[in-house]
Design a protein around this ligand. Structure first.
Ligand code: FES
Length: 103
């Protein structure tokens, strides 16, 4: 059995909330709530502090794969959940390529 997928959304950092991360988190929660009970057991949305990806906020990190997404919108929520629910391909259009210390 694979590990549970966790989608971490920066809603407590200094920048992402100003860029709409709370709406992104709400959309992710809604997308997960629309899944079957079995699928809901396999994926969770966690709101968190700064993920050190501030310049590209709203930022999220999907674990355990550690896929980083930037400039996420509420409209991306369903696609992100579906992409990671079954270990599928990350969404390259949102994926952060640079892992510098940008803040
Ligand atoms: S404020 Fe959101 S990643 Fe830093």
């Amino acid at each position: 059995m694979s590990k549970k997928t966790k989608i971490y959304v920066c809603t407590e950092g200094k920048k992402c909330p100003k860029k709409g991360s709370k709406a992104v988190a709400a959309a992710l929660h809604t997308a997960v709530a629309a899944l079957s009970a079995d699928d809901q057991e396999r994926i969770a949305v966690k709101e968190c502090k700064c993920l050190d990806l501030c310049k590209k906020g709203p930022s999220i990190v999907v674990a355990p794969e550690k896929v980083r997404y930037g400039r996420v919108t509420a409209g991306d929520a369903v696609a992100i959940v579906n992409a990671h629910l079954n270990g599928g391909e990350p969404l390259t259009r949102l994926q952060k390529k640079r892992f510098s210390n940008e803040r």
